[in-house]
Design a protein around this ligand. Structure first.
Ligand SMILES: N[C@@H](CC(=O)O)C(=O)NCC(=O)O
Length: 698
């Protein structure tokens, strides 16, 4: 009441259409902050893989450790804000930490800093790794720390009479999150795909991290500009600490009175009644009931957050050509916020009302259960896509094998007989890859060469030339220089992007051009025939020999898995947030929000544990494993949810307050009443009231 009076007295600088103007600064701040977070996160796994040169498993593990950390720190942020600095100062200080972290990430991605030999690769990878890990730690501290504060700070700006406006604010807030995420996930992959550098050009991860860093500074500045207009509630003490102390006391007291001579109490938390307020005990009971229900929830996040890691890596082996538009693997993540922006209004205004009209009681816990099942279906789709991709991947020799590639540079077929193998006919200008299992030694066949041992990365194409002419030929394109290739010799591989490429073949002052189109992830050996005549068209005198097929599974095939995971998110996450808020006692809304975010952290740790323990060689099988685990967890959750009874915390609190007031009056009129008797009676009464207020089931 006091707070509302204060708020009503507070003169906001301006009220626009019934909304305090200060809300505008908070919403813009959230948009910029989410842009910064999701923009950086979108390219993170590729930065680990291609800049820091980590393998898929390490990249995925560190990615999920980072995400988990981002969802562990909200507890810290909530404690600091509630008990010490207040929300406003906590947001300011932690935003500075956050911006410093983003800048550290941007600097860590400048390869020139340690590239003293100027060959385009960092000489001290340790420097880049350490700086980026420090950056990620600061970002996790910042983004997680402010997370429970910003939304609640926005909510604080409304008075009690502004319920409708507050609800609209939360919807706009969620849309802003996804607007920021959508824009940044489109932009940062484009920035990453650019080439930049001082001495040598490399993929521009520094710009892809630099722009989110700039947006975080903008977020901070916008938030500070609104400073004079905010309502800043004073910190009200550390409720989390009170909760822990009360639970601790109840456990200790129960243990002290474990002997059968002491009468049992209805709930183990009732053992805190000797020392703690009955209202606080009732509130803790409400929170514990919800927290118990949270136990299976991390499994949903285990699957959900893999769209930023495993699914992005999956997209690198797919064809991103959408006609006029070429989609980068990390840009596929934009499908999620796009679908959120469309699905949230559709669900709210069409699907849920329709279900209600059909007479079905689609309670929050039922929605969350369906959300989990949809996420499991998404992973089955991902597994099916992976099976298709695996069919298109080339076979490379294992560590115990060797590979021999024969190229027929003549104009007629030749018969080749390899030791221990049948004779084979090799047509003109064709390569025969031969994988040898039995360590047969081939001598005097080919000069030693570094061949490809994996599919070309990042959707690039690995290209080399073989010169079948009697004179040396120089080959170059705008993007790569193959150098001078001696007669009957080959060039090293160069990486060429998808799309059309024109190669210039030069010998002395004479030249000719050869053009061709590339897809994603292929490898070709271009064979220059001895018949080539410079000065004329050399299109017919070069033969492209396909070593590795281009990515042929289209990225559009990932859309179904994105659709199911996003529909799952809308049913699970949006409902879960609302459920956590509605079932939390008034002074513990932040505690439950932090608890909800904690389930995300645990979910990300599960990815690490399962991926590490299971060590499944086939990616599709790992997807199926995760889907099965979620279905199993979903069954457990639906049983728990069946036994959950919805409560109205406001009503329960009001009844408790009323009863406490009555007791005070009673005590005044009947001095000397035995305290133990009173506690007993109160406990029974409270439970009756508590039961009355908890009627609805799942
Ligand atoms: N749908 C996500 C955003 C994304 O993954 O692009 C979302 O709304 N997350 C909630 C948040 O607070 O970031």
């Amino acid at each position: 009441k006091i707070l509302n009076e204060k708020r009503d007295k507070l003169e906001f600088s301006k009220v626009v259409c019934g909304y305090p103007l200060s809300i505008f600064f908070i919403v813009v701040n959230e948009f910029c902050e989410r842009f910064s977070y999701y923009g950086m996160r979108a390219v993170l796994v590729l930065y680990f893989k291609y800049f820091l040169r980590w393998d898929d498993d390490l990249a995925t593990s560190i990615y999920h450790t980072f995400v988990a950390l981002c969802y562990l720190t909200p507890i810290l942020g909530a404690i600091v804000a509630d008990s010490w600095l207040g929300k406003f100062k906590t947001i300011i200080y932690l935003s500075i930490v956050y911006a410093v972290g983003q800048v550290a990430m941007a600097v860590s991605a400048i390869h020139d800093i340690t590239d003293s030999d100027r060959d385009g690769t960092p000489d001290s990878m340790t420097f880049h790794i350490v700086l980026s890990m420090v950056g990620l730690f600061l970002i996790a501290l910042g983004t997680g720390g402010i997370k429970p504060c910003v939304a609640a700070f926005g909510g604080d700006q409304f008075g009690e009479h502004q319920d409708r406006q507050r609800r609209t604010f939360f919807s706009v807030f969620y849309l802003c999150i996804n607007g920021g995420s959508l824009l940044s996930t489109i932009i940062t992959p484009v920035l990453r795909a650019q080439e930049c550098g001082i001495y040598s050009k490399q993929k521009c991860y520094s710009l892809a991290f630099g722009v989110p860093a700039a947006l975080m500074v903008v977020a901070l500045v916008v938030f500070i500009i609104g400073s004079g207009m905010y309502y800043k509630a004073e910190p009200q003490g550390n409720i989390m600490l009170d909760v822990c102390k009360c639970i601790g006391f109840a456990i200790k007291n129960r243990y002290r009175h474990r002997s059968k001579q002491y009468p049992k109490r209805q709930h183990w938390m009732d053992w805190a009644e000797e020392k703690y307020d009955k209202l606080l005990i009732a509130q803790i009971k409400m929170v514990l009931k919800v927290l118990f229900l949270y136990i299976p929830l991390p499994m949903f996040w285990t699957l959900f957050d893999q769209k930023g890691s495993r699914w992005t890596l999956q997209a690198t082996t797919m064809d991103g050509n959408f006609g006029a538009l070429v989609i980068q693997p990390d840009q596929m993540q934009t499908v999620n916020p796009i679908l959120i922006l469309t699905l949230v209004p559709i669900m709210d205004s069409l699907i849920y009302p329709l279900i209600k009209k059909c007479g079905l009681n689609f309670t929050p816990l039922k929605r969350m259960t369906v959300g989990m099942l949809l996420a499991a279906i998404a992973f089955v789709c991902a597994a099916l896509v992976q099976i298709q991709i695996d069919k298109t991947l080339p076979t490379f020799p294992s560590t115990s094998q060797s590979q021999l590639k024969l190229l027929n540079m003549g104009s007629n077929s030749v018969t080749v007989k390899l030791p221990g193998n049948d004779a084979l006919i090799l047509p003109a200008a064709q390569v025969y890859p031969f994988i040898n299992n039995c360590n047969t030694k081939f001598t005097n066949l080919l000069p030693e060469t570094n061949d490809l041992t994996s599919k070309p990365q990042e959707g690039n194409n690995a290209i080399r030339f073989v010169n079948g002419m009697k004179t040396a030929v120089n080959v170059s394109t705008a993007a790569a220089d193959f150098g001078l290739i001696e007669p009957f010799y080959y060039s090293n591989y160069s990486q060429i992007k998808n799309g059309k490429a024109t190669f210039t073949l030069r010998s002395g002052s004479q030249s000719c051009e050869y053009s061709t189109n590339f897809g994603f992830g292929s490898s070709y050996t271009f064979f220059i025939h001895s018949t080539l005549v410079f000065g004329s068209n050399c299109q017919d005198s070069v033969t492209a020999v396909e070593d590795i097929k281009p990515n042929s599974v289209h990225m559009a095939l990932q859309i179904p898995q994105y659709f199911f995971i996003t529909a799952g998110e809308v049913m699970f996450s949006v409902t879960g947030l609302e459920f956590s808020y509605s079932q939390a006692p008034s002074n513990m809304k932040a505690v439950l929000q932090a608890g909800w975010l904690f389930t995300v952290a645990i979910g990300n740790f599960i990815v690490l544990i399962v991926a590490e323990l299971a060590k499944i060689p086939k990616q599709w099988a790992e997807y199926v494993l995760f889907a099965s685990l979620l279905v199993a967890v979903c069954v457990i959750f639906s049983i728990m949810a069946y036994f959950y009874t919805y409560i109205d915390p406001t009503e329960i609190e009001a009844q408790f307050k009323k009863k406490i007031n009555e007791d005070d009056e009673d005590d005044k009129s009947k001095p000397g009443k035995a305290e133990v008797e009173m506690v007993k009676r109160d406990s029974i009464k409270c439970h009756d009231e508590y039961d009355k207020a908890t009627q609805t089931k799942m």
